[in-house]
Design a protein around this ligand. Structure first.
Ligand SMILES: [Zn+2]
Length: 65
């Protein structure tokens, strides 16, 4: 099981980056929205895009593999 977070601010591409708990590049908690525990990486990405009515993207450091 993994806990997921999404950055509240979009990056330069307009994407809200989704991170796994424990990511070495996880920004300050105050800049994150907690998604929760999910069993796949697709679910938090879809939820992040829905929540922000925007685009989401997986963090290249913690969301690969
Ligand atoms: Zn990450």
């Amino acid at each position: 099981m993994n806990e997921f977070y999404v950055e509240r601010l979009a990056n330069e591409n307009g994407d809200h980056v989704v991170h796994r708990h424990g990511c070495p590049s996880l920004p300050a908690k105050s800049t994150l929205h907690y998604i929760g525990v999910r069993s796949s990486i697709e679910a938090p990405l879809q939820e992040a895009a829905f929540y922000w009515a925007s685009q989401s993207a997986p963090c290249p450091e913690c969301m690969t593999g």
